[in-house]
Design a protein around this ligand. Structure first.
Ligand code: FES
Length: 169
């Protein structure tokens, strides 16, 4: 609730999503970390380990928690699961970035996360909105104008049908 920093990242290939919440005190020490992971077992394991590793660290120290550090702490990961640990690192960085943005500070070595899910969600809405632009709306508008009278006819039939049914009784 009301995190100091929140970061959500996803891997478009496997579709897994990871969100990290940081609770950071006035001395820039990470007091608490929470995570939500919608993904594979390794994603859950790496995000859990990453939260353990950054807890109690300052935001600058947290930058040393790389995916390699996470993998070492887990005694290694099979090669196909390395990207899962990368997701954990990216999620921490995204949350740190959010914290830095909110507080107007810079954290050395921290770069703007390349795929923040919030931004992607907004992008997802664009195709729907673009249906209103001229080239896309023309075919769908035609469908609508064809369909609308048909619905109206049906409604009118129904409206006529009901009273006549009752009047016959
Ligand atoms: Fe995607 Fe693990 S398979 S994060």
């Amino acid at each position: 609730e009301n995190p100091s920093g929140m970061g959500t990242v996803g891997n478009p290939k496997c579709g897994d999503i990871m969100r990290i919440y940081l609770d950071i005190d006035e001395n820039q020490v990470i007091r608490d970390v929470k995570f939500k992971t919608f993904g594979c077992g390794a994603a859950v394991a790496t995000s859990s380990m990453a939260t353990e590793l950054v807890k109690g660290k300052t935001v600058r120290e947290a930058m040393t928690v790389t995916n390699k550090a996470v993998m070492e702490a887990l005694d290694g990961l099979p090669p196909v699961k390395v990207h899962c640990s990368l997701l954990a690192e990216e999620a921490i960085h995204a949350a740190l970035w959010d914290y830095a943005q909110k507080n107007g500070i810079t954290i050395e070595g921290l770069e703007k996360p390349k795929d923040n899910i919030e931004e992607e969600e907004e992008e997802e809405e664009i195709p729907a909105a673009s249906a209103f632009t001229q080239p896309v709306s023309r075919p769908s508008a035609r469908v609508q104008t064809e369909e609308k009278p048909r619905y109206q006819e049906l409604e009118e039939d129904d409206r006529e049908g009901i009273p006549s049914f009752f009047s016959r009784r």
